[in-house]
Design a protein around this ligand. Structure first.
Ligand code: AMP
Ligand code: MG
Length: 387
């Protein structure tokens, strides 16, 4: 499925809008940082060889206001944090370590060349790779780019996702459901998941369980979308219309998966390299299949290097029963026990029970079979958040 998913291309974006975006090209330092020797403290710039001497204060170098001549023998320069060291100085003595009398400073002993200033290139050498393509831009990364004078960065385009819930039982959240109706909770859960995954979302609302109306809605929505995400309507009941619709619009590559929760997950490719994900209707199934299939695909489209959630080895704190023919993603909380993280079940793993996923720290993958995994065994957990 990921092999049918492609990078959407790069765009240049001002730093203002770069947070959370994915860098599309390596960034290499065009110049050293700092460019000039820069004082780390308030004090006096001088030659280390002038330790224990009384020196005339020749002037001042403050941040943004350098002293423009070289340091003459027998002199020191008052320097403030961020001030440029004058040519000839090889160290800075802190203000509190000297004695000042008029315009003469008496310097203590034990000075080391290089002390109390940042040498050119100490933070970054010219030509050094600063950030690799594929990283997500956070505060430090954006700060680095800004320090190098880059006002815009090349980032991966965000996938445009059209999101639709299906089912005649659904009502808008906030309206009172009539008998047999339920609020359309998947729309909001999936909207949040899509945002976290970096998508731009267009909400299509609730699609009806009626083939022609559903088709019109989907065909319209696909104009200007890279991806269609639906929930519901993918099981094999007579009202399950998504699979035949996607078959008529493109190629269905996956119509069922050996996964619990989420068996009816459907994946199709549509003309113009568009993708469609038909997620199951049960709330936990839709979010778990989103995690397993949709999120990595959306990240690949943006150029992320890291497509999957991080995993950590954890100790099972319960006997995990397996499902005979399906891999099970069990929702767990993690707690610390000495050096270990211990996974504790979030309770009933029913695919309609969102409480099994709310606040869950991780998903633990239990392979199919009749064995299960006994408490105490180490397993890999897909981390959603750490305790
Ligand atoms: P379906 O795949 O359409 O048969 O739906 C399976 C189950 O998920 C049914 O119990 C639906 O009521 C429920 N469901 C479907 N869509 C949603 C939704 N948008 N929000 C909450 N529950 C849903
Ligand atoms: Mg339905």
């Amino acid at each position: 499925m990921l092999e049918r998913t492609h990078f959407l291309g790069a765009q240049r974006v001002p730093l203002m809008d770069c947070a959370g975006r994915v860098l599309a090209e390596d960034i290499v330092a065009s110049a050293a940082l700092p460019a000039l020797p820069s004082s780390a403290v308030d004090g006096y710039a001088l030659r280390a060889a002038d330790a224990r001497k009384a020196l005339r204060v020749a002037g001042e170098s403050a941040a943004g206001r350098p002293f423009d001549s070289p340091l003459e023998p027998g002199t020191a320069l008052r320097i403030l944090t961020g001030g440029v060291l004058p040519e000839g100085a090889d160290c800075v003595v802190m203000m509190e370590d000297v004695e000042l009398s008029g315009d003469v400073v008496t310097i203590p002993g034990g000075l080391q060349p290089g002390q109390n200033f940042h040498a050119p290139g100490a933070d970054l050498r010219a030509g050094e790779k600063v950030l690799p393509a594929g990283v997500q831009l956070g505060a430090a990364e954006i700060g680095l780019a800004a320090a190098l004078g880059l006002a815009e960065l090349p980032v991966g385009r965000r996938p445009r996702v059209a999101l639709m819930s299906t089912g005649d039982e659904l009502v808008e959240v906030g309206k009172t459901p009539a008998r047999g109706q339920i609020p359309d909770s998947n729309r909001w859960a999936l909207l949040a998941a899509l945002r976290e995954a970096g998508a731009e979302i267009r909400l299509l609302g609730i699609g009806p369980d009626e083939p022609d109306a559903l088709r019109r809605l989907v065909v319209d929505a696909l104009v200007g979308a890279d991806v269609l995400v639906t929930s519901g309507g993918v099981s094999v009941g007579t009202h399950d219309l998504i699979k035949p619709l996607l078959e008529s619009l493109g190629d269905v590559h996956i119509g069922r998966v050996k996964l619990k929760p989420g068996k009816p997950f459907t994946f199709a490719t549509l003309p113009e390299e568009k993708l469609a994900f038909g997620l199951p209707g049960f709330p936990v199934s839709s979010l778990v299949t989103f995690e397993v299939f949709v999120r990595p695909a959306l990240r690949k489209m943006q150029g992320f290097t890291q497509l999957q959630r991080p995993t950590l080895p954890v100790r099972l704190g319960y006997d995990a029963r397996a499902t005979a023919d399906r891999t099970e993603y069990q929702r767990v909380n993690l707690r610390r026990d000495g050096p270990d993280l211990v996974a504790v079940s979030t309770g009933s793993q029913s695919s309609s029970r969102l409480m099994s996923l709310a606040g869950a720290h991780a998903l633990v993958r239990i392979p199919p079979g009749d064995q299960g995994i006994k408490a105490g065994a180490m397993v890999d957990a897909m981390i959603l958040s750490l305790p």
